[in-house]
Design a protein around this ligand. Structure first.
Ligand SMILES: C[S@@+](CC[C@H](N)C(=O)[O-])C[C@H]1O[C@@H](n2cnc3c(N)ncnc32)[C@H](O)[C@@H]1O
Ligand code: SF4
Length: 393
């Protein structure tokens, strides 16, 4: 029988809420998120089901304080803003809101969605994260996006006026992208940026059209050395502009980090509601991993029948918890602090290194361990995926 982890009091702590909206106008060929295209969406049914599942979660987490809500997708900017507002209001009835609660919504920059920004702000959203992906029309076409550069710039301009905080995403290390072209695209992007930017290297995910196309030789990604050079340039330019990386792909002015995502990376508790939502919840001193039914129609029917669509709820054993706390914490530039490791696992860092073969990574200078905690070096960050994979072997 697995030993359930004794979590040091997370039940009294902050709680984050993730809400998944699974629909998009079209599917991007690189994306393997839980995203679906439908001719029509019954917004009323979805509104009612989201509120129903929220009540289910509220019953399991009484007395907790919400520090963030994140509407992710899919494309949540396609949600009826009245539904977004109803979810926020219902959450406010179920839980206490932290004074500085962060309420983020992921938006695509098409004109249809930008037109909803004012209504989304009025509904309570105080931060948007916009999927710009590239500032070059040719690249946007390659990425199969439904918007062009002009629409992206219009959406950014509007977001800056309407929301207290905004961020946007770019995808780099695209085929044929040179260090010079990426550097100038990134510098231009920074001239439009607010306090936060997410910069992802293009990854080829199994089961996507890009996976098949790359195999067939339709395009090639930059070689490893070139990708590493693009990563280095990214760090250098963002540092110069006052938006250093606080996580492997996320940059912010100090103090403007995405609080919701920090909750994941620091091992905090979060609810994952909506199709395919994943959560981590501490209940009666046990940490549970929760997983909702991913198919939109199946999720909807299950919520209408049973009040929720949790397909799995598993107690995480001590070993699994240590592993995931490392996996999350090592993504952060500041790494995993001794306090967080202790609070989440009840262990000292030193006692957890040996069995996970992390010691050699310290001597090889990929990781540093000191009085604050454990973190990757610049060399280690370039090999983060290999380091995380080593943890699992
Ligand atoms: C849930 S998705 C996007 C939300 C929104 N629908 C959009 O497309 O803007 C979050 C982000 O992940 C990034 N992303 C998704 N798949 C990726 C891939 N295969 N490689 C790199 N970045 C990816 C994109 O930058 C995207 O904006
Ligand atoms: S990248 Fe965004 S818009 Fe494109 S399919 Fe994925 S979730 Fe939908």
């Amino acid at each position: 029988m697995p030993t359930d982890i004794q979590n040091n009091g997370a039940e009294d702590e902050a709680l984050a809420l993730y809400v998944h909206w699974p629909f998009c106008l079209s599917r991007c060929p690189y994306c393997d998120f839980n995203a679906h295209v439908r001719d029509t969406i019954d917004q009323t049914r979805w509104h009612d089901a989201l509120l129903t599942e929220l009540s289910y979660w509220a019953k399991q987490t009484p007395g907790r304080t919400l520090t963030s809500i994140f509407f992710g997708g899919g494309t949540p900017s396609l949600m009826d803003p009245a539904t977004t507002g109803a979810v926020i209001n219902s959450a406010a009835n179920h839980w206490e809101f932290a004074d500085d609660i962060e309420i983020t919504l992921e938006a695509n920059p098409t004109s249809i969605e930008a037109a909803k920004f004012a209504d989304l702000r009025a509904a309570g959203v105080n931060r948007v994260s916009i999927g710009v992906q590239a500032l070059d029309d040719e690249a946007l076409k390659f990425l199969g996006r439904g918007h062009d550069r002009d629409q992206a710039l219009t959406a950014l301009n509007l977001a800056e006026k309407i929301f207290p905080r905004f961020s946007f995403d770019l995808i780099y290390a695209r085929p044929q992208q040179t260090a010079d072209s990426w550097a100038s695209e990134l510098r231009e992007a920074l001239s439009f940026a607010g306090d936060h930017l997410s910069l992802y290297q293009l990854t080829i995910e199994k089961g996507t059209p890009f996976f098949t196309e790359e195999r067939a030789g339709a395009f090639t990604l930059p070689e490893e050395d070139n990708a590493a050079a693009l990563f280095d340039i990214t760090q250098e330019i963002c540092d110069q502009h006052g938006l250093p990386a606080y996580e492997i792909s996320n940059h912010a002015q100090p103090g403007s980090e995405c609080r919701h995502n920090l909750t994941y990376w620091e091992g905090g508790d979060y609810i994952g509601t909506g199709p395919g939502g994943h959560g981590r919840l501490t209940i009666d001193n046990t940490v549970y991993a929760t997983e909702q039914i991913p198919g939109p129609e199946n999720w909807l029917e299950e919520v209408e029948t049973s009040g929720h669509a949790t397909r799995q709820r598993t107690a995480i054993d001590a070993e699994g918890r240590v592993e995931e706390i490392f996996m999350m914490g090592l993504r952060l530039s500041n790494g995993l602090s001794r306090e967080i490791f202790w609070a989440q696992t009840g262990m000292e860092l030193e006692d957890a290194l040996e069995p996970r073969r992390l010691r050699p990574l310290l001597t090889e200078n990929y990781l540093v361990l000191d009085s604050k905690g454990i973190r990757t070096t610049a060399e280690g960050r370039l090999r983060l995926n290999a380091i995380l994979a080593a943890l699992l072997t």
